[in-house]
Ligand binder design. Sequence first.
Ligand code: CP
Length: 341
Amino acid sequence: MREAPSTVWTRKDLIGIEDLARDELELILDTAPQFVEISRRESGIKKVPLLQGRLVVNWFHEPSTRTRTSFELAAKRLSADTLAITSSSSSEVKGESLHDTLANIEAMHTDIIVIRHSCAGAPHILARRHRSHIVNAGDGRHEHPTQALLDAFTMRRHVRKLRNDPDAGLDGLRVSIIGDVANSRVARSNIWCLNKLGAEVTLCGPTTLMPVAVDRMGVRVTSRLQEALEGADVIYALRIQLERQQRGLFPSIREYIRLFRIDNDSLRHAPAHALIMHPGPINRDLELATEVADGPRSVILEQVSNGVAIRMAVMHLLANSPRAQAAASAPQTQARQGLGS
Ligand code: CP
C-alpha cells in the first residue's frame, strides 16, 4: 500500500528546485499520477474542474514549444480560463516595465502566471511583489523547475516498472547528464532535484561547458563519455545551446560529435536497461543521433506527456492548497511602493 504524501503544500509560487525540500518534491511527484490517468481517458472528458473559474496566464518572453503548450493544456484540463501573452505582442515593446505589465494583467484578476524569461531571477522578483501564483517556466540559464520534475517523474515510473516496486524512489539511481551543462537551466534544476531525491549524478562534456562551481554541486564530473555511460541507469543528453554559446567553447561541431554524441556506437558502453532522455528541442545528430532519439530506449516523448500531468499537479497544489492561497492573499513585499522596474 502506497503511503500518502508526507507534507502539505504551503508555497505561494514555484520558482525553483533549489529552495524545495525532498518532501515537497515528492508531494508534487505523488500528486501527478491522478492527472496522468485523466489525460489518458479514452472515453469521457479529459478534464476535471479543479481550476474552474480561475485564470492562468502563459507569459513567454522566449520561444517555447513543449513548456508553453504543456502549461496551456494542463490549465485547460483543470478547466481554467487561459490567456497567452508574448513579449512581442505586449506593451513591453513600448517600454513598459515587467512590474507594470504584470500589475495590469493582474488587474484582470489572474490566479496563476506562468513566466519564461531570458533574465535569471525575473520570476523571483515578480513573485515577491505580486499577488498571483508565479510559476517559473525557465529563467535564463538559472532554473527550469517543471522540466526537472517531469524528468524525475518519468525516471521514477521506469524505476518502479523495472524493479517491480510501486514505491521505489530514485535513491541510488545513476544519472549521467551529457553536454552543455554550463548554459543549461534544465541541468541545474535536474542536478538539484536528483540530488535531493537521492540519485547519483555524473556530468560529462567538454570542460569549457561545465559550470564554474561544479565541484560544489555534489556531482561526479568526467570529460570521458565512456566513463559517464558505463553503469548509467539514465543517459540525459542536453541540447547544445548554439544561441547562448560564446564562440570557441569547443573546437568544432565535428569534434563535439566525435567525443560526446550519444549514438549506437557510444551506447555500447551503457547498460542495456539505460533510458535515453532529452528535454527538447533536439539538435538531431549533434548531441543525440536520430537512431537513439527514436530508438527503443528513448523516453523523450514520454517526458513530454508526463509534463502535462506534472504541470497540472503544480497548478492544482498552488491554487488549491489553503496555505498557498493564504500566502497569495497576504500583502506582497514592496507591493505599495509603486511600479517601477
Ligand atoms: N524543454 C523545453 O523547455 O522545451 P521548450 O523550450 O520547447 O519549452
